[in-house]
Design a protein around this ligand. Structure first.
Ligand SMILES: [Fe+2]
Ligand SMILES: [Fe+2]
Length: 252
């Protein structure tokens, strides 16, 4: 199973959206030939109808199965009413051959921080108990502070409770965005992966525009970061679930 994890596209008619980079990045994603492309929110900047239309149009450039959840920017200006019209359900469990993908909307209208709440915790627990497939959780906000992303303000309000469910149940993979930097860390038996921004002009220092490609093969998870500007990819993490071993090149 190959997942292209892209995030924080920020389609917009102001200065946020770098269309040239988007077009280049979309071609790079298509070359990867992923089984699914997971978009972890912030498809727009102000949640406006014109931005939703632009995001829908631009995402047509990406071939294959697209799975989308909203970010905090998508919920601005009543954007939360538009999201289901354009991209469907915001909270779901999707079945694949070797995994259940849990998509969760962590955003609240007109707020930059997020929360999951007990209802979404129940969705996670339901997915875990459903069968013996791997559970992969995708949400926009981070559940852990992310290095190199500035002062911590937007972590989900119920990060502690969420972490507890993830760690206790040994959920192998959690996919997040929001901070516009790529990062990953293994805690206990769970891998927490942040995608950087795909096509927003608001990149941090030298992080640039990136997306992640995640290969899940039997009990192994490998995460590669693709740098759009440099047209290069680099292996970030190798995680062997069976042996409980992890090599994190971010820190090597
Ligand atoms: Fe963003
Ligand atoms: Fe965000």
């Amino acid at each position: 199973m190959k997942i292209a994890h892209i995030s924080d596209i920020h389609c917009n008619f102001g200065s946020d959206f770098n269309e040239k980079i988007f077009d280049k990045a979309a071609k790079m994603v298509n070359k990867v030939d992923a089984d699914l492309v997971f978009v972890s929110g912030d498809l727009t900047t102000e949640g406006l109808l014109s931005e939703y239309k632009l995001a829908k149009e631009k995402l047509k450039q990406i071939k294959g199965k697209l799975v989308v959840i909203p970010g905090n920017h998508d919920e601005r200006n009543l954007g939360f009413k538009l999201f289901p019209e354009f991209f469907g359900e915001t909270d779901f469990i999707q079945d694949y051959d070797n995994m259940n993908l849990v998509g969760l909307a962590s955003s609240e209208p007109d707020k930059d921080n997020g929360r999951l709440g007990r209802g979404r915790h129940k969705i996670i627990e339901h997915a875990i108990k459903k069968d013996d497939k791997l559970t992969v959780i995708g949400l926009h906000h981070h559940v852990l502070p992310v290095p190199n992303s500035g002062r911590e303000t937007n972590i989900i309000e119920d990060a502690g409770g969420t972490l507890d469910i993830i760690l206790k149940n040994e959920v192998p993979l959690v996919l997040m965005g929001h901070r516009h930097v790529q990062w990953g860390v293994k805690i206990h038996k769970s891998l927490f992966i942040n995608a950087g921004t795909f096509s927003c002009t608001r990149t941090r220092a030298h992080f640039g525009n990136t997306f992640n490609v995640i290969d899940i093969e039997d009990d192994e998870i490998e995460v590669n970061v693709f740098d759009v500007g440099k047209e290069k990819s680099k292996k970030m993490i190798e995680f062997d679930l069976e042996e409980d071993s992890c090599k994190n090149n971010y820190y090597c």
